[in-house]
Ligand binder design. Structure first.
Ligand SMILES: [Zn+2]
Length: 164
């Protein structure tokens, strides 16, 4: 059997004697492309194949409904690591929210120096395009709630909410 030209890479190849109609060479990139194309065509033209493809992840989940529970029980280190990474992502998100909700409109032209303080501030500092120094002091001010009535009605000496 003579050489042929690959349908994809157009390089000559020797077809297998077991596959006389072979039109794609044995290179992995061409074989992968052939598989993808076959899969795509099969999904488009074969309703049964399409059904099986659509159902298989769902069926797997039904058959292995305890998989993640068992995985977590068997891999406490991975669980701890995931939890830690999620806490880091949450913290980063809070810092991003804080950075996006500043009342200063243009930090780049501000003469003020602002410093980042607290765990996770390093992440924010590395992603800040402003050349200035920024201090963000993360404080958890005690929540006093809304005072009932107007300020004038507070008896003197009470812990009144101060207005800015
Ligand atoms: Zn090829």
């Amino acid at each position: 059997m003579g050489e042929r030209c690959c349908r994809y890479c157009h390089k000559p190849f020797q077809p297998s004697k077991f596959q006389p109609r072979q039109s794609v060479c044995g290179e992995s990139i061409c074989q992968r492309r052939r598989c993808t194309e076959y899969h795509r065509q099969k999904i488009a033209n074969d309703p049964e194949y399409r059904e099986v493809c659509r159902d298989s992840p769902r069926k797997w989940r039904v058959r292995n409904s305890n998989y993640w529970k068992q995985y977590r029980a068997a891999h406490p280190d991975a669980v701890a690591r995931n939890r830690q990474q999620q806490e880091l992502r949450d913290h980063r998100e809070r810092l991003r929210h804080l950075a996006n909700n500043t009342s200063a409109l243009d930090l780049k032209h501000s003469a003020a120096e602002v410093w980042l303080v607290g765990a996770g501030a390093e992440v924010l500092a590395n992603n800040n395009s402003a050349p200035g120094q920024v201090w963000v002091i993360e404080a958890h001010a005690p929540f006093r709630g809304l005072a009932s009535g107007s300020c004038k009605q507070h008896p003197s000496g009470s812990d009144a909410v101060s207005a800015g």
